[in-house]
Each structure stands twice: as structure tokens, then as C-alpha cells.
Design a protein around this ligand. Sequence first.
Ligand code: GLY
Ligand code: MN
Ligand code: MN
Length: 440
Amino acid sequence: MPSEEFKQRRKKVMREMKKRSMALIVGHSASVRNGDVEYPFRQDSDFLYLTGFDEPDAAAVFLPGREEGEFVLFCREFDETRALWTGYFAGLDEAVNQFGADQAYSIEIFADKLPELISGYERIYYPIGGDAELDRQVVDAVSNLKGKVRSGVRPPRQLHDLAPLIHEMRLYKSEAELEAMQEAIRVSVRAHRRAMSYCQPGQYEYEVEAEIAHEFMRHGLRSAAYPSIVAGGNNACVLHYTRNDAPLKDGDLLLIDAGVECHGYASDITRTFPVNGKFSEEQKLLYECVLKAQLAAIDAIRPDRRWSEPHDAAVEVLTRGLVQLGLLKGRVSRLVRDEVYKTFYMHKTGHWLGMDVHDVGAYKTGQEQEWRKFEPGMVLTVEPGLYISEQCEQVDSRWRGIGIRIEDNIVVTEDGCRVLTAGAPKTVDEIESLMRGDHD
Ligand code: GLY
Ligand code: MN
Ligand code: MN
């Protein structure tokens, strides 16, 4: 991501705030797993969005109109001994030279320096309730200044939530952000294709997961955007299945929901395919019903259409399909109205996608809190499914133990939308042909 882009984002945040305001935000600290072992570090997405600074224990302060500089970064001071153990990390000089801070200080003095930095501003913007320690530090800094009013100090009088302001910006992706997402998608598509080519009855789910992880990493992308779901047969009916430890059976479907991240931007792809490479009759009928619903949902995405429309389109097609297959009985309109379809389709059809897999950004807006209209640059998933578990006694046993989801990533364009994940086989023919080895 070009450093100019981070600079523009910071400028925009400062422009969007009310007059006489300053803002602050903190990054994540490392989480300790035990002893000297830490969990893999992932920066807070809002912090990363505004600073590009991808190390633990940092804080950023934005001070519009301040003579000594508007952007102050607090981070760990470089220290040779520490670097010997952990490897290189940026210190105060790099914070200025590489990350564009006007001034940099040690994170150790953040709380002590805060009263001085907020002094003279009327309002503080920060992510209220996002970090208990920051909540306390902000309040402490304000009360510190209140103790000095007799010497002419003016403490801020209003606290505003910074998060919605950043989240609104994050909802609209720039060219550079779309490039990062497309790179994540390019690699994730390769991983899905590799999983399809590799899969055989008798393998364990984790063996397929390993192929996916290897494909992510060999392209230089080391972090999955979320734990991969590799779910054979009935396991696909567990929506957040991540055990990935069961053997894959001949005759079952395999649902894979896996996506990698690139420069902090997620991809989120699901494909469902037969373990043995050939759909059974029932699997094919259900699969094509989900596919039809997915295409109808995608068709409902274009500027001025509302967030709810793809979901409504998918529900209508799925319900109609279930009636045609004899799995639901009654009038489609009634089954939709009474949400009877939820026995087989219990989640929503998508979510915003960006730095977080379930990305930020309001779904409803305005006084009336209506579903938001799509606008160019928004990125979302479309992921309808059908889930008929082995315990579902209301349908004939031949339909049971089948979970199907098809998930693509879509960007809204000026005149419609573009499917970014089209490289992952999706029709029955495309999937069977890849699994037969006709391609690649
Ligand atoms: N992979 C999480 C989701 O599809 O929402
Ligand atoms: Mn998703
Ligand atoms: Mn997913």
C-alpha cells in the first residue's frame, strides 16, 4: 500500500471531524500463549488502515493544525538486545522516516504525554469502548487537565466515537485496496482449484486443509483471513466447522470455505464439490438450486439497489427450488413470509468484505435506518447455501448429510458489479471437469 494512501486517509479523518477536535487510536499488543510464546500477531484493522504500522504496542495521535506536526506515532523504541531475540522492528526513527509520522515517542510514555496532546482541543475522537485501557487513559488525561484549569488549561469537553468515521471510509475500496484484495483472491482461487484436484476418498479433511495452507504460503501470503473450513458430508451442516479432522467418504460432498489475506485484506471463498469427483443426482439437484440462488443474488447487486435485495432474491429461489424438489410443501410466498426455509437456510446471503472478513460498515443508514444502497467500490460476499443434516427427519434420507454453500466476492461497479472470484470453478460441469483432470 503506498504511504501516500495512508497519509490521505489520515487527512480525510481529520477533515471529517468536527472543528477543534483531535483523535487517537491504539494498535493491538501481542497476545501471550504461554511463557515466551505468543500467538501470531495481527494488527488492529482500524489502526493498520490509518498508519500501515504492523507492529504490536503502538498508538497514533492526530492533531489538526498543530505546529510541531499533526501525526504523532508512539511505538517500541529500537533496542539491539530485543532485536537479537525477535528480529528487526521499527523504532522511533523509522516511525518518522518510513511511516510518515511528524514526531515519534516511546509507547512507554504514551499515557504521560496524553494530557499535553489533548490540551487545547474541544473534542477527542477515539474508539470508545474498543479497549478498556485506552478508555481509562483518555478519562485520566481529561481529569489530569481538569486539575489544572486555574493555570488556564482548557480540557476537552466532548468524547466522540472514532470507529464509525473510519468504518465508513473503509467501506469504499480504493484502487490499491482492490489490488490487494485481488491478489488475495488470486491465491485463494488457486488454493480452491488445488483442493479440488487433490481430493480423494479416504483422505482426511486436514490433508486437504494442508494443501490449501501450502498454496497460500507458497505465494507469499502467510495468514489466512479466518480459520479454513474443510467439511466433508454432514460436517458441512455445522456452519462454523473448523475441526477438519474427519475422513472424507466416497459419495459425500466436501465444503471448503477458505481465503487468505494480502496486506491485511481478506478474501472469503466457498466451494462445494464431490469427494469422488462426480455429483450424485440428489447432490446435483440441490447444488444447482444453490447456484441458481447465488446467480440471482449477484444479479441484484448494482448501484441504487439495497443491501437486502440479494438476500431476498436468494431466499426466493431457494424456497422455490425446495418446493420443486418436494423438500418444502406449500406456497412459496407463505414459506418465505413465515421463514420456513430457515430449516435449510439459516444464515444471511453475505457481508461486507475488506480488512476484516466480516468487514465494518453500516448495513442500515439514515434516520429511518433503511437497508443501505450499494455504491461503486463496496465489496461484499454472496454466499447462499442449503444444509440438510443427518438429523433432519422431515425429509427422505437420500437428501440428508448434505451441506452446500457457494461463496463469491463481488465489487460494486458504476453500472453493476464484478465477480472477483470467477476463477474458482462453480458449475457442476466446471467442477467435474477439473476433478477429472481435463484442465491444469
Ligand atoms: N468464512 C466466513 C464467512 O463466510 O462468512
Ligand atoms: Mn463469508
Ligand atoms: Mn466464507
